[in-house]
Design a protein around this ligand. Sequence first.
Ligand code: ATP
Ligand code: MG
Length: 279
Amino acid sequence: MTPSPLPRYPAFMSAPEPTAAPTGVAVRVRGACRVFRSAGEADVVAVDGVDLSIAAGEFVAILGPSGCGKSTLLRMIAGLEPLDAGDLGFGAGGGAPKNALAYVFQDAHLLPWRDVLANVALPLELQGRASGERRDAALRAIAAVGLADAARRHPAQLSGGMRMRVSLARALVTEPRLLLLDEPFAALDEITRQDLDDQLRALWAATGMTVLFVTHSIAEAAFLAERAVVLTRRPARVVLEHALDLPAQRDAALRGDARFAREMSVLYEALRRGNGKAA
Ligand SMILES: Nc1ncnc2c1ncn2[C@@H]1O[C@H](COP(=O)(O)OP(=O)(O)OP(=O)(O)O)[C@@H](O)[C@H]1O
Ligand SMILES: [Mg+2]
């Protein structure tokens, strides 16, 4: 692991204004490193000196090859994984955003014995909120992901895409100011995935939350985000930070647009460089 000098930062929270009033939390990662050590095995350096500065209300995609350290980095930001070096800062004050962070995993992880409504209400139950308030907020979140008609169904009665919608609703129900998503739609077919991408982007625009979205799909990163951070193969280091020059209003037609193709090729070249391939 190379020691990483602390970088000089641009003014924190200086990225472009989102479309809605920002309610998001800013995130700053400085020199983040994570090494996994197991007795009798070589150390695995997963993340090596990553710096990120994410503005309040920004939508950032973190793109990198399989196994490069994307999940480890996201888990570090969520406080689920310690940092071996470096530090994290949130908002202007620097403290972790209490009750303001939600995490969406690759698998929906729903409780099979609970219906959609009860699954989505769970985080509010854990916060000790009153039952009427839980129900109203859960129904709002369920409607926001297009599942109003399925609130009383159980997970076994849902398709994979519907289950991921429930998982997204469960994350949204607490009105997070920072939403972290780890390849949430990777297992879905292309059309369902695009539907969910459309919906997530619309939800982001409506709320102004900060979104960090991990993916290994170039098209998904380009479609969703305001900015893409491309990581090298393991250990993850930043090879490119790129502001996507695309319209704020994004729809299916954009995916066939020449500007979209150009942005995808910029990300593709960076991924190749990060994998040690010649330009
Ligand atoms: N708890 C752990 N203990 C030991 N090694 C780990 C642990 N978690 C991750 N690793 C290793 O760290 C490296 C990065 O893993 P990580 O899951 O962050 O990659 P990723 O980019 O999310 O991959 P994928 O795209 O396949 O999800 C891998 O080599 C992995 O085996
Ligand atoms: Mg992962």
